[in-house]
Design a protein around this ligand. Structure first.
Ligand code: HEM
Length: 433
């Protein structure tokens, strides 16, 4: 999905929109349509198209916050993304993202303390080391692909949190990308149906965690899988299946979002040189990161189903209906953000909801924030100049707004901190011990 514009688009006719079509996001710019929906059809009924049944769409900030935050009216247990629409989500009631309170609290309890703001601070040195490896190709004058490098940052973060060894990073990264963008030509297999690509990606990830939790000493590890396994063993609070499902949820949550924010953020800086200069002058990286999160909103939408008849803007939505809440649109709602299509590195206040709202608000928000602050801090310290060196390529996914390729040329800052190992992560992970 293209992230930045908001200018007119050839296809901004509300009646022709198909919010369930990944090509719409990969090849086009959804912002003009979202703006029209916010203004003219804030509660929009998307007609059934191809294999996708009918669903509702809300695009205004307050409505998105209500759908995601009011679990009495809207349940997550029947699936939280559009690609599962019409199917029974087998993880419902067992995996964090698709379980309603109070059951949801039982799954969250072993994880939340380890992902608190306080707890994740300890990760900063490891994140800085990882960042320098991500940025290492920037030490040479040749063109390099920032997005391809950045794709390995979140799996490194997930590796730290879940104890995933580096030799498994490349395989798990491809599987998680295929799991959220199964129609993207880079992940689809020729002749294979979308469902086959999805199911292969899911099987690879599940097999990995299945093998992990079967290891006899795994519960002793000082990481999130260890914490889940101890909750299963000591308090019988979780089943083994729930441990695997929630490890999967953490991996997907971590990998498919953070790198896209990084690429979208860098692209926004390159497209707005005055803002880039302003950030370098003030050094206010925390404000920059919040604006990048608002701008990028990588989790495009989240899905819920009504638990009862619900009225929104005079429209009645019957009980049991699917309602998609578009976070990318909410974060550009002019009712909340003055001049929302302006990328402003010191926007304050900045009440973006890129991490969601309510009980399901992102469990990895503190670690993602810290990781992005470290990454942009290192970008600022290391590079005197960064230029776009080719066309960015966007991911085809209804769920994730992302960039697959971002070719850049960089000029290192003289006397800046030494970039880490001078090797590209993407080229080396396969063979590492
Ligand atoms: C910039 C990066 C990230 C963004 C924008 C993001 C966004 C989101 C959003 C919008 C949700 C709510 C979905 C819903 O309401 O259905 C969510 C949930 C979740 N995220 Fe993230 N996420 C990010 C990074 C991470 C990381 C690094 C992790 C892992 C450590 C993670 C793990 C999760 C989990 C486990 C959930 C489910 C929480 C629950 O249902 O209680 N996320 N994320």
């Amino acid at each position: 999905m293209r992230i930045s514009t908001g200018e007119t688009h050839a296809n901004n006719d509300i009646d022709s929109v198909n919010l369930a079509d990944p090509c719409f996001f990969g090849l086009g710019d959804p912002h003009p349509i979202w703006t029209r929906l916010r203004d003219h059809a804030p509660v929009y009924r998307q007609c059934p198209r191809a294999s996708t049944p009918e669903f509702w769409a809300v695009t205004r900030y307050d409505d998105v916050a209500r759908v995601l935050g009011q679990h009495g009216e809207f349940t997550a247990a029947r699936g939280n993304i559009l690609t599962t629409l019409g199917e029974t989500d087998i993880a419902g009631g067992k995996m964090l993202a698709v379980t309603d309170p109070p059951l949801h609290g039982r799954l969250k309890a072993p994880l939340a303390p380890r992902l608190s703001k306080q707890a994740v601070r300890e990760l900063e040195p490891a994140l800085r080391e990882l960042t320098r490896r991500v940025l290492a190709p920037g030490a040479s004058p040749e063109t390099w692909d920032f997005a391809a490098q950045a794709a390995f940052y979140p799996i490194g973060i997930a590796g730290l949190l879940l104890g995933i060894p580096e030799r498994s990073w490349a395989g798990l990264t491809s599987a998680t990308y295929a799991a959220v963008a199964e129609s993207d030509p880079d992940y689809a297999q020729p002749g294979a149906a979308r469902s086959a690509v999805l199911s292969r990606a899911h099987s690879e990830i599940f097999l990995y965690f299945h093998t992990e939790v079967a290891r006899p000493d795994r519960a002793e590890a000082d990481d999130l899988i260890g914490a889940l396994l101890r909750a299963a063993r000591d308090d019988a609070a979780l089943t083994r299946e729930e441990v695997i499902l929630n490890a999967y949820s953490l991996l997907i949550g971590a990998t498919v979002t953070t790198s896209h924010v990084a690429s979208a953020g860098l692209l926004a800086l390159l497209e707005n040189p005055a803002e880039h200069a302003r950030w370098l002058a003030t050094g206010d990286t925390p404000a920059l990161v919040e604006e990048i999160l608002r701008w990028a909103s990588p989790a495009n939408h989240a899905l819920r189903h009504t638990t009862k008849e619900v009225r929104m803007h005079g429209t009645i939505i019957g009980a049991g209906q699917p309602v998609s809440a578009w976070l990318g649109s909410a974060n550009r709602d002019e009712r909340v953000f003055p001049d929302p299509f302006r990328f402003s590195v010191d926007r304050r206040p900045n009440r973006h909801i890129a991490f969601g709202v309510g009980a399901h608000r992102c469990l990895g928000a503190h670690v993602a924030r810290l990781a992005l602050n470290v990454l942009f801090d290192e970008i600022g310290r290391n590079f005197e100049r960064i230029e776009l060196a080719g066309e960015p390529r966007h991911l085809q996914s209804t769920f994730i707004a992302g960039i697959k390729n971002l070719p850049v040329r960089t000029v290192p800052r003289p006397g800046g901190p030494a970039l880490g190992e001078q090797r590209a992560l993407s080229r080396t992970v396969e063979g590492d011990p």
